[in-house]
Write a protein that binds this ligand. Structure first.
Ligand code: DGL
Length: 286
């Protein structure tokens, strides 16, 4: 397979959560074209089996490589990364590949109280990859890790006009329940002063979390470091698009295996993108 610097970068997530990473990628790499795939028909991944998540990840990587000739892939999903990134690396050794993991190490660098909360999906939390990551930092701080069932789904539903109100109420309820279960937040000794958003969907409820936890708690996500890592990998492989764009925005394509309206609403709300850039992908992937 020929990899060309003019080709787009593929980005995928179980749904709209990866749009938070796409936002950072667009800022970091304004000369690049992106194709984004939301596997909405099969979301949430976080409450599915590892085998299922691996199968979906492989099918999507294959589709983006063969149909869109991507030059790099960003797995903008902590859950898919935990389940399948090692296999993807083995299968596509020449492809620049970036995955996401909950930002425990950056959180460690920021926390004063050494008491850190981690919100992620169930599949991420029970994965071997996450167990290894946690073991590597556990002696340095106290981590309160919580599998936040239902939260990614509620965030998905919050973009649909007819479901937004109920979804918003559900989000408020889940955030209250999960943060309470973790312990006391604040900056006094023993308080959780840093919260890791270990699922790309959760970035879209940052404001709600800030209101709930107050201004002193630091929220840590991975969009910007992932965008910088993608930049570094492309540069190292001599795959940066050096074509002059004269400041014009590069074309972008957003695709979904599920409900087109939901993706359109999310793209409009969070990235300011018009509905025309969104499309449904062929049935073979659905
Ligand atoms: N956005 C995904 C993540 O970062 C998963 C959400 C889901 O489908 O459960 O883990």
């Amino acid at each position: 397979m020929i990899i060309d610097s003019q080709h787009p970068i593929g980005v995928f997530d179980s749904g709209i959560g990866g749009l938070s990473v796409l936002q950072a990628l667009q800022t970091e790499l304004p000369n690049e074209r992106f194709v984004y795939l939301a596997d909405n028909a099969h979301a949430p991944y976080g409450e599915k089996s590892e085998t299922f998540i691996r199968q979906r990840t492989h099918a999507i990587a294959e589709y983006l490589l063969t149909q869109h000739h991507i030059k790099a892939l960003v797995v903008a999903c902590n859950t898919a990364t935990a389940a399948a990134i090692h296999e993807l690396r083995a299968l596509h050794p020449a492809l620049p590949l970036v995955g996401l993991e909950p930002a425990l190490k950056p959180a460690l660098a920021q926390s004063q109280t050494r008491h850190i909360g981690v919100m992620a999906t169930r599949a991420t939390v029970v994965s071997d990859k996450f167990a290894r990551l946690l073991a590597s930092v556990q002696s340095e701080a106290h981590f309160e890790v919580l599998a936040c069932n239902g939260l990614a789904s509620a965030i998905e539903h919050s973009t649909l006009p007819d479901q937004a109100q109920a979804a918003q109420a559900q989000i408020a309820h889940l955030l209250q329940t999960y943060t309470q279960a973790m312990g006391r937040f604040g900056c006094a000794p023993g308080d959780i002063d840093t919260l890791v958003l270990g699922c790309t969907h959760y970035v879209f409820v940052e404001q709600d979390l800030r209101q709930l936890l107050g201004p002193h708690v630091q929220l840590v996500s991975t969009g910007r470091p992932v965008a910088r890592q993608t930049h570094r990998l492309l540069a190292a492989a001599d795959l940066l698009n050096s074509g002059k764009t004269d400041g014009a925005a590069q074309p972008i394509r957003l695709m979904t295996t599920g409900d087109l309206q939901g993706l359109q609403a999310a793209a409009q709300r969070w990235l300011g993108l018009p509905p025309e850039v969104c499309e449904a992908v062929p049935a073979l992937l659905s």
